[in-house]
Design a protein around this ligand. Structure first.
Ligand code: PEP
Ligand code: MN
Length: 342
């Protein structure tokens, strides 16, 4: 259910409607828009009396939301959500007319490795650095990440180069730590339906980047995001990273068609990860161009100065020189679709 408030409704009137909803055992989510405020109602423990709500001062109407997802839906918020990330070198925007680029290694391997790559990323003008300190690996015998020492290296990268940090939490315990170090908390594809982790991310104070599950439908993807918003964290960035298909020419099939599909249904920004989406270095540049052309709000790419010796995902990591070319070409495509890269 969505309560649409009058454009001239006062903050007190909005508060009164929220209080009435909460008194009925439901949760109220006021969502300010440019023209008016809407109040989303979630929770299935109580019953709201539409007549009573519609009679309250400042209320225009109550609209039932037929979609299974509510807070992520465009029905609830018409305009694009813009995520603002405060990095040491200024605010970076993802969404609206702004496209964000996130780059860095798959995993933080050592301080020397991270600082070398970060230097290249910063030199390209990109302001967000990625790198996992906790790695969800298919095999328990593969490199699992450095853990908290890896987060400390990321803190050094942040401080030395002014880069905002994107890093993954794999469980509630690591999320407690990641929340302290990261500017964006990443939830990986394998955890897209880890509901307790999603709820914990919903209580975090930092933006969350939620990656699409390996075989998740669009509804499942949006419902996973709904978990985070329903706990009160509205700063969610979706990330398409490829899904499993019968195709055997690439690691995954990067589903770029999901971008306009998300845009139609949701106000949340969606970025594209062509590194995991293809699994091969030579496909990262063309698919990055395509992602921006199709309307993605950002791209996330893996970059490594010595990919042959990378501890994870070397085959899909591009070299710093290739990354420079990528940022140059992607900036040009962004201009064609009337967007800017920051
Ligand atoms: C990653 O970004 O390094 C990662 C593990 O991605 P995904 O969860 O999409 O496999
Ligand atoms: Mn990776």
């Amino acid at each position: 259910m969505l309560v649409v408030m009058d454009a001239h409704a006062t903050p007190e009137q909005v508060r009164a409607v929220c209080a009435r909803i909460e008194a009925a055992g439901m949760k109220a989510h006021p969502i300010p828009g440019t023209l008016r405020t809407a109040i989303g109602i979630t929770g299935n423990t109580g019953v709201v009396d539409i007549g009573t709500l519609e009679a309250m001062a400042g209320v225009i109407e109550c609209i039932p939301v037929s979609k299974p997802y509510k807070l992520v839906s465009r029905d609830v918020k018409e305009e694009d959500t813009i995520i603002r990330i405060a990095t040491p070198s200024g605010t970076v925007e993802i969404g609206g007319t702004s496209i964000g680029i996130i780059a860095g290694p798959c995993a933080i391997e050592s301080s020397e490795q991270a600082l070398t790559i970060a230097k290249h990323v910063a030199a390209s003008g990109v302001k967000l650095f990625r790198g996992g300190a906790y790695k969800p690996r298919t095999s328990p015998y593969n490199f699992q990440g450095l853990g908290e020492p890896g987060l400390k290296i990321l803190a050094e990268v942040r401080q030395r180069f002014g880069l905002g940090i994107v890093t993954e939490a794999v469980d509630n315990e690591s999320l407690d730590l990641v929340e302290k170090y990261a500017d964006i908390i990443q939830i990986g594809a394998r955890n897209m339906q880890n509901f307790s982790l999603l709820k914990r991310a919903g209580r975090a104070r930092k933006p969350v980047m939620l990656k699409r599950g390996l075989s998740a439908t669009l509804d499942e993807f949006l419902m996973a995001a709904e978990y985070i918003l329903s706990e009160g964290n509205y700063n969610v960035i979706l990330c398409e990273r490829g899904v499993r298909t019968f195709a055997d020419h690439s690691r995954n099939t990067l589903d770029l068609t999901v971008v306009p599909a998300v845009k139609k249904r949701s106000h949340l920004p969606i970025i594209v990860d062509p590194s995991h989406g293809t699994g091969r270095r030579h496909k990262v540049l063309p698919l990055s161009r395509a992602a921006v052309a199709v309307g993605a709000d950002g791209i996330m790419v893996e970059v490594h100065h010595d990919p042959d010796h990378a501890l994870s995902d070397g085959m899909q990591s591009i070299l710093p020189d290739e990354f420079l070319r990528l940022t140059d070409e992607v900036r040009q495509i962004a201009a064609v679709v009337h967007r800017t890269i920051n």
